[in-house]
Design a protein around this ligand. Structure first.
Ligand SMILES: CC(C)(COP(=O)(O)OP(=O)(O)OC[C@H]1O[C@@H](n2cnc3c(N)ncnc32)[C@H](O)[C@@H]1OP(=O)(O)O)[C@@H](O)C(=O)NCCC(=O)NCCS
Length: 178
C-alpha cells in the first residue's frame, strides 16, 4: 500500500493519491466504463460488469497485500478519477515492473499524471525494482509527452502492433532505469 498524499492540481482542485480500497468498486466501474466509451488509446475497449470488476478488484487487493503490485488511484471531490499500477515481474525478471496509467476525461492536463508517475517511480525504488517498462499507442501524444517528461525513453516498437477500428497503429515500448 502506498502512503496517501495530497496535492493541488493546476486547476486548483485538491487531489488525494492513495491505494485502492474495496469501497471504490462502483467508482472504478464508472471510471473504466468512461475510458471504454471514449475509445481512448488504451487496450481495454469493453465496458465491465459489476461481477467482473468485483473479481478484478478482489485479485488486485490481494496482489497489493502480497507486494506483487504497486497501485495508486487519484481521488477528487470523493470520486476516483485515475488509476495506475506497476506490476512486478517474477523470477529472472523480478527487477522489472510494468507500468500502466489512466486518467478520466475532464481531469487530464492538470498535472495528475505527473504526480502519479512520481509516486510510482518512488514506490518502485522502495520495492527494489530497477527498470520500469510501458507500452503506448504511437498516436497517443499526451501519453508520450508525460512519459518523456518522466525520463522514459523509447526502447522499441512493434510496427502495426495495434489494430483499432480497422486501422493499424505502431505500439511503442518505453523504459526507464530507476
Ligand atoms: C496520458 C495521460 C495519463 C497523461 O496524464 P495527464 O494527467 O493528462 O498529464 P499531466 O497533466 O501531468 O501532463 C504531463 C505532460 O504531458 C504533456 N501533455 C499533457 N496533456 C497533453 C496533451 N493533450 N497533448 C500533448 N501533451 C500533453 C505536457 O507536456 C505535460 O507536461 P507539463 O505539465 O510540464 O506541461 C492522460 O492523458 C490519460 O490518462 N489519457 C487517457 C488514457 C491513456 O492514454 N493512458 C495511457 C495509456 S499508454
Amino acid at each position: 500500500m502506498i502512503r496517501p498524499r495530497k496535492f493541488k492540481a493546476k486547476d486548483g482542485r485538491m487531489v488525494v493519491l492513495r491505494s485502492v480500497r474495496w469501497e471504490d468498486l462502483d467508482d472504478l466501474i464508472e471510471f473504466i466504463d468512461s475510458l471504454a466509451d471514449e475509445g481512448t488509446d488504451i487496450l481495454r475497449t469493453e465496458r465491465v460488469t459489476r461481477e467482473e470488476e468485483a473479481e478484478w478488484l478482489g485479485r488486485r487487493l490481494a496482489r497489493i497485500d502480497k507486494g506483487e503490485l504497486i497501485d495508486a488511484v487519484a481521488e477528487v471531490e470523493g470520486k476516483i478519477v485515475a488509476n495506475s499500477e506497476v506490476q512486478k515481474r517474477t523470477g529472472l525478471m523480478s527487477h522489472i515492473g510494468d507500468l500502466g496509467i489512466g486518467i478520466k476525461s475532464g481531469y487530464r492536463g492538470i498535472g495528475i499524471g505527473t504526480e502519479i508517475m512520481k509516486t510510482l517511480i518512488e514506490e518502485s525504488r522502495h520495492a527494489e525494482l530497477r527498470i520500469l517498462v510501458l507500452d503506448h499507442f504511437a498516436t497517443n501524444k499526451p501519453a508520450r509527452a508525460l512519459y518523456e517528461k518522466m525520463g522514459f525513453r523509447e526502447a522499441g516498437r512493434i510496427p502495426n502492433g495495434i489494430c483499432k477500428n480497422g486501422k493499424y497503429i505502431d505500439l511503442i515500448r518505453m523504459v526507464r532505469e530507476l
